[in-house]
Structure formats: structure tokens, C-alpha cells
Design a protein around this ligand. Structure first.
Ligand code: SAH
Length: 415
């Protein structure tokens, strides 16, 4: 019987669904029921904190008592998921009498309905049943989602209400370098792109995965000066979008953290090209994390400031108030600052930061080439030179950069 199910999509909007039990199964099922717009009653004397939270937020009605015959009246659908087989049996029996489809969490084949392994991808809802073999259905669901993400199974994406012949530009944050640190949306859009314009710091490995039909423009290879290169990139984005292409502009980290992303947005907008952004994992926070530096820590740092070091502290075009930064006690994260690390350290110390303030310098974080230098504000410039640290690197200044020692100490004590 269990392999003879009929797979269907229920419209549960505003319809009463009764969930008997409020443990981990209920907790897992509830979000999708709520997303489908169901009107949910949960019946259970006790609930997990997550289910309690849904009740407190008014998303479900929680009846804090044991199940009683009659609870399924006027329900469209029921889930019996207590840890007591007899209760589940009773719920299932009432469901049968009331002609309510009912899932039995403890004994799938004994219910009148089963929950498929489900997944969502870009407006697709995928459900897989495997005749009561949940590991198999979950594995197939995972494989399908993975294939859709990679583009090896076509998602049949319909372009939205776009002007005919007009493409679009999507700025995608690629994360700090490890190809696994792009977002799910970013990876999906990449697989669906016609043209990818990749930044110097965008994760290279992601480009290798692209199907051959995707045209890749490598912005690192544009043979102009910095300013002209940006004009060329803007023009490239606009030109391909106007030719009807879906253009992904793949950038390192987050597109709007010192990534010139908004310049590209403005260029597209002024050319009448639809443009959107998918945020990314910024190196400013991710790279310190990978070197055991939390940018905030309770009782240690209540602030973190991300600062560009692309011009020196006295440069006329600098917008940074280094005196004000020096007065902070929290964490300072410097990007693009390797070459001028000594100047920044000096101005911070002149403003009052102690020379023994811990500093971590992390080169090429999240990649196989990651290097970490642990030093102090007073020594950072000399050590960068001595160790031959090169860009791209993040410099983290503040007591949080010294916390790794506590962790290592803790390990030492335990072993
Ligand atoms: N938009 C990017 C930052 C661009 S500015 C982001 O959000 O991450 C470029 C600077 O970012 C580099 O000079 C360096 O300071 C830092 N950076 C980017 N990727 C890095 C990495 N993998 N390791 C260390 N620093 C990195």
C-alpha cells in the first residue's frame, strides 16, 4: 500500500490543520504548514521552545493539554506526532471516521497520508516519496536540489515581466574566496547566467563549474588603469543586458563593502537596465572568523568598524577620522591596508590605542593559501614586512584578536 500513494499539492490557505504533539517532528513540519497559509491548532501538554515561540508569536494556536476525541472536527488535515503510539493510533482512528487525511509520524504506512521529502528552489516546490523509505526520498530530494543549483537539471526559469529584448544585471557577492561561501541564491543565479563578469577577488573555482554556454568576462584582465577599467566594466554590463542577456556581476565578498557595487547599480539604472543585488559574505567579518577572531565578543568589544586603507591617513581624499577611530575601544577591521599598515598603526597609537593591542593579519582568508600573522599594534608593520604578507589581507585590531590564546589555553588544560 505504501508505494501506491497519490502525490498532490494541498491548498491549505485558511484551512484548519491539527497537529497532535509538539516535539521535534511538529517543529519540523510547522514552518511549511505556516508558509502554505494553514490555520494550525497544535495539541500537546508540552512543546519544544521553537513551537512555544510560534505560539507566542501568534502563528499557531497551542492547546496545552492532551489530545481528546473530537479534536479533529472540521479539520482538513492532521498530523499525529506524539511519542505515544496509542495516542497516535487514536488520532488516526478519529481521522478515518471524520474523513480527514492524517499523517502518522511513528508509523507512516498506517496513516492515510505521508509527508514527502520537500525542497524549494526558485519558485519550484519539490516533493519526493519513496514508499516509506525516508532516507531514500531525502537523498533524491537533496540530489535534485543540488543539480538545480548547479544547473545540471534545468530549472525552466521564466524571465519575469521584463521588457522584450531587455536582459538584466545581478550583482552577486561571491564571499571571501572559498567557493562554498557564496549564498544559495548567488550560486543559483550564477548557474542561470548567460554572461558572468568576474572580479579579481571573486572565487575562481566558481567559474570552473559554469556550463560552457556561459560567457565569462574576467575583469582582472582588463588592460586599463583602475578608473578606465571601471568604465569598461559598467559598459560591458549595460551592453550585454541590452542585448537581452542575464548578466551576473560576480564580486568578492559583499558587493557593497568597498566593492564599487553601487557605482555599477547607478550605471545600469541610468542606462535603463534592470539591476538587483544578492548580498555576500564579506571578508571583513568572515576572514577574521576563519582565523579564530570573532569581531565582537561579549564583554570584550561592543563595536566593530570596517575601514578602508586604500589611501593613507593624511591623504586629502581620505574620509576617515583616524583620531575618532583611535578613541574607540572596540574592533577595527582594515581592508586594503597591507601597504600602509605602519601609517595606520602610528596614527592609532598617537590617538591613544596601546601598542600592545592585539592584531591579526589574515592573508587570502578562506582559501588554501590562508596565512595568519598574530602580532600587536606596535609591531604590525615590521612583522608584515618580515613575514612577507601580501594583499589581499584583512587586518583586525583590538582585544578580540587575542582571544584565540584563551581557546588554545582551554584545549591545553583539557588534554
Ligand atoms: N567587497 C569585498 C572587499 C573588497 S576590497 C568584501 O566584502 O570582502 C578588497 C579587500 O578586501 C582586500 O584588499 C582585502 O583587504 C579584503 N579581502 C577580500 N578577500 C579577502 C580574503 N580572502 N582574505 C583576506 N582579505 C580579503
Amino acid at each position: 500500500m505504501s508505494d501506491a500513494h497519490y502525490l498532490v499539492g494541498l491548498d491549505l490557505r485558511g484551512r484548519r490543520v491539527v497537529v497532535v504533539g509538539a516535539g521535534s517532528v511538529a517543529q519540523r513540519r510547522l514552518p511549511r504548514l505556516l508558509r502554505a497559509g494553514a490555520d494550525v491548532d497544535v495539541i500537546a501538554p508540552e512543546a519544544t521552545p521553537a513551537v512555544e515561540g510560534m505560539a507566542a508569536a501568534g502563528e499557531i494556536r497551542w492547546h496545552r493539554r492532551r489530545y481528546a476525541d473530537g479534536d479533529l472536527r472540521h479539520a482538513w488535515y492532521a498530523i499525529a506526532c506524539t511519542d505515544d503510539t496509542r495516542v497516535n493510533e487514536a488520532v488516526s482512528a478519529e481521522a478515518e471516521r471524520e474523513r480527514v487525511f492524517c499523517v502518522r509520524a511513528d508509523a507512516g504506512p498506517d496513516g492515510s497520508a505521508v509527508t514527502p521529502a520537500t525542497g524549494e528552489f526558485d519558485g519550484l516546490l519539490i516533493g519526493v516519496l519513496a514508499g516509506g523509505r525516508p532516507l531514500r526520498s531525502a537523498a533524491v530530494r537533496d540530489g535534485l536540489l543540488e543539480a538545480l543549483r548547479e544547473g545540471t537539471v534545468p530549472a525552466g526559469r521564466q524571465p519575469g515581466a521584463r521588457r522584450p529584448g531587455m536582459g538584466e544585471v545581478i550583482l552577486v557577492g561571491g564571499g571571501p574566496g572559498d567557493p562554498e561561501l557564496i549564498t544559495v541564491a548567488g550560486r543559483r543565479l550564477l548557474a542561470n547566467a548567460d554572461v558572468v563578469v568576474a572580479d579579481r577577488l571573486a572565487p575562481r573555482e566558481l567559474l570552473d563549474e559554469l556550463p560552457p554556454r556561459v560567457e565569462v568576462v574576467d575583469a582582472a584582465k582588463i588592460p586599463y588603469g583602475r578608473a578606465a577599467a571601471q568604465d569598461f566594466i559598467n559598459a560591458t554590463l549595460v551592453e550585454h543586458a541590452k542585448a537581452g542577456k542575464t548578466v551576473v556581476r560576480l564580486k568578492g565578498g559583499d558587493p557593497y563593502v568597498f566593492g564599487r557595487g553601487y557605482e555599477e547599480v547607478l550605471a545600469c539604472a541610468s542606462a535603463g537596465v534592470p539591476v538587483s543585488v544578492v548580498p555576500g559574505v564579506t571578508s571583513a567579518f568572515a576572514v577574521p572568523a576563519l582565523a579564530d577572531v570573532p569581531v565582537t565578543h561579549r564583554g570584550v568589544a561592543h563595536e566593530v568598524v570596517v575601514v578602508s586603507g586604500h589611501v593613507g591617513p593624511d591623504h586629502p581624499s581620505s574620509l576617515v577620522d583616524w583620531r575618532a577611530l583611535a578613541a574607540l575601544r572596540g574592533t577595527i577591521v582594515l581592508l586594503m591596508a597591507v601597504e600602509r599598515a605602519g601609517q595606520f598603526a602610528d596614527v592609532l597609537m598617537a590617538g591613544g590605542r596601546a601598542p600592545d593591542t592585539p592584531v591579526a593579519v589574515v592573508q587570502e582568508g578562506s582559501t588554501a593559501r590562508q596565512r595568519v600573522l598574530r602580532t600587536t599594534l606596535g609591531s604590525v608593520a615590521d612583522e608584515i614586512a618580515a613575514e612577507g604578507i601580501r594583499p589581499p589581507a584583512v587586518i583586525v585590531i583590538g582585544p578580540v584578536a587575542g582571544l584565540y590564546a584563551e581557546r588554545e589555553g582551554a584545549v591545553g588544560e583539557r588534554s
